[in-house]
Design a protein around this ligand. Structure first.
Ligand code: AHQ
Length: 250
């Protein structure tokens, strides 16, 4: 069996194939897409996901602090502005964290419900902390690689934009702004992340395989986050090996 590095195209394809484990296929996100969540369950998801949102700029600052390449930093710093705000309106204005609080309002949560983190469950916190600590402790190129779950993010953002008005007509439309902003921001971010990953990890086949495992780690972070949220937000019953959600118990 050849141990030569994959070509750039083959390597990118191997990364994209990991998308079959993306959290868009998680039972909770399937229930959401199918319109089967109650308002309380949607509120529970928004409140728990806020911890992930606030972690993104912390994670990106960890990458910046480890990165010795000024050109990379000049590009990467935009991610912090996108979430913390501080740019012009064209750059996302008040930022994604503020927009997520707006999503909270759109599903019927107060600012304090969201920012207090009082609804964030341990499993959600631990999954997100694993991501932050990875970015702090691993070489910055590995943390960049772990952000590539966003290869698959435009699909899930577009899915919400398309399905929520019909499935959840009670959600205030302005709450969708976060997902709309991410459609363009994620595509821009992924280009930089992919360029770094395809370049740095192509030194050997072993490093390319490592990149795929790093991406799998982050896919598992998102999957574990959805597991914790589903367990917290839904009354999940396991009967005869079949997992289902009882709406009436929520
Ligand atoms: O809103 C999301 C976001 O800003 C980011 C940044 C990126 C990263 O650096 O890891 N990942 C990410 C993601 C966001 N939203 C998630 C969703 O389902 O709404 C998806 C998530 C990702 O795919 O990693």
């Amino acid at each position: 069996m050849s141990n030569a590095p994959w070509s750039r195209e083959e390597f990118e394809q191997k990364l994209r194939e990991r998308g079959r484990g993306y959290h868009i296929y998680h039972p909770f996100h399937v229930l959401m897409y199918e319109g089967k969540l109650t308002q309380k369950q949607m509120q529970c998801w928004v409140a728990n996901r806020f911890y992930y949102q606030t972690a993104i700029p912390i994670k990106d600052a960890a990458i910046l602090s480890n990165c010795t390449d000024r050109e990379i930093r000049r590009g990467w710093i935009q991610r912090i502005i996108d979430h913390d705000g501080g740019g012009s309106i064209a750059e996302g204005g008040d930022g994604g964290i503020e927009a997520w609080i707006g999503l909270g309002d759109a599903v019927g949560l107060t600012r304090e419900d969201v920012t207090s983190m009082k609804y964030v469950v341990p499993g959600a916190r631990f999954a997100v902390d694993a991501y932050i600590n990875f970015a702090r402790q691993r070489p910055w190129q590995e943390a960049v690689c772990s952000s590539l779950t966003e290869l698959f993010a435009p699909h899930i953002h577009q899915q919400r934009i398309d399905s929520w008005p019909d499935k959840y007509p009670w959600v205030k439309p302005e709450g969708m702004q976060y997902f709309k902003n991410r459609l363009t921001q994620a595509r821009r971010d992924v280009q930089q992340g992919l360029d770094v990953t395809l370049e740095y990890f192509s030194q050997s086949r072993e490093m390319q395989e490592r990149a795929c495992e790093i991406l799998q780690f982050k896919l598992d972070v998102l999957w574990a986050l959805a597991d914790s949220i589903m367990l917290a937000c839904c009354d999940v019953k396991i009967e005869d090996g079949v997992q289902y959600v009882r709406q009436d118990q929520v």
